[in-house]
Design a protein around this ligand. Structure first.
Ligand SMILES: O=C(O)CCC(=O)C(=O)O
Ligand SMILES: [Fe+2]
Length: 282
């Protein structure tokens, strides 16, 4: 294929830059503080990203689907996208979609949607970067972003997420010494707020020292060229599901990308190729 036969976009939006296309949405949704904090600190909290009622529905969904998990329901509810409309609505919230696009580019896909339930006495989680399987040094462009919705909100004593501000700048995994000794802060939220960090940022969680539960949706999205953690593409074959799914779901499932479009007798889909390469640089 030649550049004459097809327009291939050659310029890229740089790491932590906002594309001209995305800018009006960041303005409208008042996300500049979040965008700047993601760039400077590697994490942020989006306040009031979801209505509190949606969080109580989400809590019920996670508790009910966790019962199906084998061998141990304590692992939480797994592979949640496309299983319940509440989860799909949370996954496609406008503020979430805009911050994901800023961090991991247009055409990003769903990576992992997992629900966890932490009870009194529940242990904390050691510091790590979410792009665990990516060798250091990490690329300058972020590859993965995680949004955590604590349905009841979260407090330090309730086992909040902990984060090491600015650790994304190291562009590598924490060493054993850094896992033990880094200075972290607890992220405290109200129901409807969402905590978010990029794939390089060191984070974990604290133990829960109070009664009750911390019920959390961990929603991970990935840059379009990366191997997604979970494969949700089966949902693209379910017309009935797609007909009623919220706008944005098709994109999260990878619809329209050129990967896998060639057959034993036909070459790749050139329109999809052009569209994918354009998205990948925004
Ligand atoms: O449970 C938490 O607060 C953080 C979990 C975590 O590391 C993640 O979702 O990536
Ligand atoms: Fe994590």
């Amino acid at each position: 294929m030649t550049e004459e036969s097809l327009h291939i976009e050659s310029s890229s939006v740089g790491p932590f830059e906002v594309s001209d296309e995305l800018r009006p949405r960041i303005d409208e949704l008042e996300l500049w503080d979040v965008v700047n904090q993601m760039r400077d600190e590697g994490y942020a909290v989006i306040r009031n990203a979801a209505p509190p009622e949606l969080m109580s529905d989400l809590r019920e969904v996670i508790h009910s689907l966790a019962k199906l998990t084998r061998p141990d329901p304590a692992r939480g509810a797994v592979k949640l996208l496309g299983r319940d409309r509440t989860v799909d609505l949370v996954a496609t919230l406008p503020k979430v979609m805009a911050v994901a696009e800023y961090s991991i580019g247009k055409g990003f896909r769903a990576g992992r949607f997992h629900g966890s339930i932490k009870r009194e006495g529940g242990e904390g989680l050691a510091l790590h970067s979410d792009q665990n399987w990516i060798p250091a040094p990490f690329p300058e462009h972020n590859l993965l972003i995680t949004f955590c919705f604590a349905c009841e909100g979260m407090t330090e004593e309730g086992g909040a997420t902990i984060v090491v501000p600015k650790s994304h700048k190291a562009r590598r995994h924490p060493t054993p010494d850094e896992i033990t000794n880094s200075k972290s802060i607890a992220i405290e939220t109200e129901p409807g707020d969402v905590a978010v960090w990029d794939g390089a940022t060191w984070h974990g969680s604290g133990p829960r020292r109070i009664p009750g539960t911390r019920t959390m949706l961990h929603a991970t999205y990935q840059r379009l060229y990366t191997q997604t953690i979970d494969d949700f593409s089966y949902l693209l074959n379910d017309e009935e599901y797609l007909a009623n799914a919220p706008e944005g779901i098709r994109g999260l499932l990878g619809e329209g990308l050129f990967f896998g479009t060639s057959t034993l007798t036909t070459d790749i889909d050139m329109e999809k190729f052009a569209d994918t390469t354009a998205k990948s640089k925004l």
